[in-house]
Design a protein around this ligand. Structure first.
Ligand SMILES: Cc1ncc(COP(=O)(O)O)c(C=O)c1O
Length: 320
């Protein structure tokens, strides 16, 4: 029996609140990729929605809760995708949204946050510096702070991906999930371990941002002083203890991959699946590329969780 902060009834109910444009995303076997990866590959495509990432599932829940409570303003820290998603969900409900992000975040993400009507505050540091600044703003203005992966709605929203993966009679053995703060892995993992306990849940992080993966292996919070990865969506240094507790219950493994594999994964997804993804979304493919024997002959599903890239950087990465 799982004892995480999540609950299947609440996750099922969440589907009624989330805008349909984020739900029931394509899930299909991609034969062309399979040929190159040596295993059957199913893709869960989370990029074809108004904010080009899965984060809208969670922000829909957050924003609707705040609107129901009569709140008018909210602030979050973001690596770029949560901020866009909260801006989108907040705008539709008349909320003033402030997003704090690193100046080094991809320009495409920052531009979209502004274009969606949010106030954007930039910090010199990284995502964890942005988290501190967002907390300060919330205190100073007396407004609600949304904390990705800690606020249960962010996990429940992501968990609805798990419900969709578990629909019908899925034949996959393994689900590969990009791991950042952990909302997606704990949410999807909770659903899979409840409904399809035999399916293996593997989290994937870059070697250059290993804090949560190391924490999972050591069963205690390990922080790092810095990160060094192109996968900006998962580059955190300070795992949240409650999220780690949940992750320990729902993940079967957590692996680290190299930058070259992430780039090769992005290139393969473009060449063989016709899909533009951001680095964080290529982590699952990267994990198969690094350990083909582990996955040989198996059926893996990978969640392509975002496609917000700066074009120049993307072209550099995928060019041979
Ligand atoms: C594209 C993408 N992939 C993966 C993640 C990591 O998700 P989580 O923080 O829920 O672990 C994020 C987080 O923002 C993201 O934007």
């Amino acid at each position: 029996m799982l004892n995480t902060r999540l609950n299947l009834d609440r996750i099922r109910a969440a589907r009624q609140v989330i805008d349909p444009s984020f739900l029931d995303t394509p899930l299909y076997e991609c034969d062309a990729l399979a040929g190159h990866l040596g295993c059957t590959v199913s893709i869960k495509l989370e990029t074809a929605n108004p904010v080009r990432s899965f984060k809208g599932r969670g922000t829909e829940l957050v924003a609707s809760l705040l609107a129901d409570q009569g709140r008018s303003a909210v602030v979050c820290a973001s690596a770029g995708n949560l901020g866009q998603a909260l801006a989108w969900s907040g705008r539709r409900r008349g909320l003033d949204v402030t997003v704090v992000a690193s100046r080094r975040a991809p320009t495409a993400k920052l531009d979209r946050i502004r274009a969606l009507g949010a106030e954007l505050e930039l910090v010199e540091g990284d995502f964890d510096t942005a988290r501190e600044q967002a907390a300060t703003i919330a205190r100073q203005r007396g407004i609600r702070l949304v904390e990705d992966s800690l606020d249960i709605e962010t996990c429940e929203g992501a968990a609805t991906i798990g419900l969709e993966l578990a629909t019908g009679t899925p034949t996959f053995d393994t689900v590969l999930i990009a791991l950042g703060g952990g909302a997606m892995a704990t949410g999807v993992g909770h659903v899979l371990k409840t409904l399809l306990p035999a399916v293996e849940v593997i989290c994937v992080q870059p070697l250059g941002a290993p804090a949560m993966t190391r924490s999972w292996h050591e069963r205690r919070v390990i922080t790092t002083d810095s990160t060094d990865t192109i996968a900006d969506g998962v580059a955190g240094r300070h795992p949240i203890p409650a999220v780690l507790d949940d992750l320990l219950q729902v993940a079967d493994d957590a692996v680290l991959v190299q930058e070259t594999s992430i780039i090769a994964g992005m290139r393969m997804l473009l060449e063989h699946a016709g899909l533009v993804v951001e680095p964080s979304a290529a982590l699952g493919v990267a994990a198969v590329l690094e350990d083909p024997d582990r996955f040989a002959g198996r059926h893996v599903a990978t969640i392509l969780c975002g496609s917000n890239v700066d074009l120049d950087a993307y072209h550099r990465w995928v060019r041979r």
